[in-house]
Design a protein around this ligand. Sequence first.
Ligand code: HPA
Length: 271
Amino acid sequence: MIEQINESKAFIDQHLEGKQPHIGLILGSGLGILADEIENPIIIPYKEIPNFPTSTVAGHKGQLVIGELQGKNVIAMQGRFHYYEGYSMQQVTFPVRVMKALGVEKLVVTNAAGGINESFDPGNLMLIKDHINMMGDNPLIGPNEDELGARFPDMSQAYDRELMEVAKNCASDLNLTLQEGVYVGNTGPVYETGAEVKMLRTLGGDAVGMSTVPEVIVASHAGIDVLGISCISNMAAGILDQPLSHDEVIETTEKVREDFIQLVKKVIGKM
Ligand code: HPA
């Protein structure tokens, strides 16, 4: 894998004009708009990057946007790879490996998620304190490449405590409600049943989605400090007496994206 990582890194390096990114951003469904705020952007479609998979979901662009945000050099994934698209866990997380090789030390991971915690409202932002991997797979299965990280990595601090404090302070400065909770990663592509949501609540989940967990596992393995933010785009199945749709998810994230953009920008300024 290291050879492939280095090949992708070398290709991206050629476009960087000396701008080494230190902060990575993974932008979820409906949240890719944040990449439009990046100044002096260098845009590289995934399909041009050697060894990168390509993205297929509606509402997801597939490109890297590299430039400055709040005076910091950042690299953003506008659109991510999902396990439910049929990619392997290694493919889903490959861009995180490449970010690390490019010099990324801190990563902001975002997603749209269904609210399991009944005190949440659609449109809330949630700081991810921890996660539960319900995907039945793990990107680190297979031979461990010791140069990339430990065989048995600690996951007790997968989400960086200092970055969580920064995010809370920024939300309070902006007068934004920032919920906190545990993100459950399911494979999708189906939304949950009502019974599954009840189970996940019993297990300690506050929000559920179909991404993020693989990327955070790999970032943690790679020694990257992670901040996770979910946009609660809907209440998870069975809480309200109505079916879920991807359109609803996109609609709600569009409504809160101003708050989301403000929060992430402020946090990046303080990173
Ligand atoms: N479940 C799983 N993934 C999601 C949801 C949900 O309710 N909303 C947005 N992504």
